[in-house]
Design a protein around this ligand. Structure first.
Ligand code: FAQ
Length: 338
């Protein structure tokens, strides 16, 4: 069972060290062969050091995104417009927490502890998705997050289900099922607003105007400016390029906006008969890098909220550890008495 090593991070760390010194052509050829044959690389398999590092980088960024991603929506739990909307929102946020947990566990299979990962996040050394550094100003923003942000996440994650690393690929299968519900509830909430009063329709359009471009940025820099893509695609960690996934998302989402009677905030958006895709305007890459590098509207607020939750949860972690220790001591006592 691939996940068991997550319960033993020290074993995984020792294993990771061992693979460094063992790098040899036969092991490398076996690894390359497995990846080429669409096999899954598992935690105890030999893997190149850089493959492991790339996975730790990408999966931990993904885990942090799910974890920080609870905050913009959490802002609306007490102000959801009905009991039904509130129940759905709460359950969605809990799902995001669950996704973060699967993903942190997947990183632990690579020999890095959760504490190390969270230290890096809290100290601002780790990246997480740029999208979660934008504010949720109205209820329509919550609908837009479900429709657009979860919609973009699904396009990216369906592709990652075929990732060559077993634990990540399996986590994606489960996560995609939940994201699909998230996207539908967002689209349905957006539809209610878009077909509601003129004031509601205006809120829906305003949310689309503010979330459209940041959603396109979720797919990362353009292929020509993406330093990690070539190697990640060769190792089948990533299965489609940033630009291809972004185009897939645009093609899928424009007809959905048309159906809602909303207008995409892009004057250059138009159907291209020749390519069979929508052409779209230029992304503001300066804004993208500003946000990625910690200077978006909410970066500081998000990190301080996560740090506060971590500090305030210390007693829960301490209690769980004390309970586990007591249980272990009782079991040892019982075993000694038998
Ligand atoms: N934001 O060379 P590339 C969700 C960084 S989950 C911040 O192209 P790569 C669920 C990138 O890390 C959303 N940083 O990198 C939800 C790299 O930095 P590094 C998250 C970004 O890895 C919904 C540098 O730029 N999903 O939404 C971004 O090959 C609603 C160069 O880029 C995932 O994380 C960005 N947008 O491709 C939760 C999916 N883009 O490490 C709550 C998994 C790029 O070299 C509510 N990740 N960077 O310093 C991936 O698929 C890939 O990592 C990419 C980037 C496509 C994001």
């Amino acid at each position: 069972m691939a996940y068991t090593i997550a319960e033993k991070p020290e074993e995984a760390a020792a294993f990771a060290k061992e693979t460094d010194v063992n790098e040899n052509p036969e092991l490398r050829a076996a690894f390359d062969g497995k990846v080429a044959a669409e096999g899954k690389v598992e935690p105890r398999d030999w893997m190149p050091v850089k493959y492991r590092k790339t996975l730790v980088r990408q999966i931990s960024q993904h885990a942090h995104s799910e974890y920080v991603g609870m905050l913009p929506e959490g802002n609306w739990v007490t102000r959801a417009p009905s009991l039904r909307r509130k129940a759905v929102l709460l359950s969605k946020i809990q799902d995001e927490a669950g996704h973060a947990l699967y993903l942190y566990s997947a990183v632990e299979t690579l020999g890095v502890s959760r504490d190390e990962l969270l230290d890096a996040l809290h100290e601002g050394r780790a990246k997480y998705s740029s999208i979660f550094n934008y504010p949720t100003l109205t209820w329509a923003d919550i609908a837009a997050i479900g429709w657009l942000v979860d919609g973009a996440a699904i396009v990216n994650q369906v592709s990652l289900q075929r990732c060559s690393y077993g634990p990540y690929s399996r986590a994606m299968v489960r996560i995609c099922k939940e994201e699909s519900f998230h996207q539908r509830q967002g689209y349905e909430a957006m539809m209610v607003m878009a077909q509601g009063s003129p004031a509601q329709k205006k809120l829906a359009q305003d949310a689309l105007n503010r979330w459209w471009w940041p959603s396109l940025m979720m797919f990362g820099p353009s292929d020509k400016d993406s330093p990690n893509s070539a190697q990640s695609m060769a190792w089948r960690i990533k299965r489609d390029s940033n630009d291809d996934l972004r185009q897939r998302f645009v093609d899928m989402t424009v007809p959905q906006a048309d159906y809602l009677g909303l207008t995409m905030p892009d004057p250059d958006l138009k159907w291209n008969e020749e390519t069979g895709h929508y052409d779209f305007g230029d992304i503001d890459w300066e804004e993208f890098w500003r946000v990625v590098n910690g200077n978006g509207i909410c970066n500081r607020e998000r990190l301080s909220a996560r740090q506060k939750a971590w500090d305030e949860g210390a007693w829960v972690r301490d209690a769980a550890m004390a309970h586990a220790e007591k249980k272990r001591a009782r079991q040892a006592q019982r075993a000694a008495a038998e």
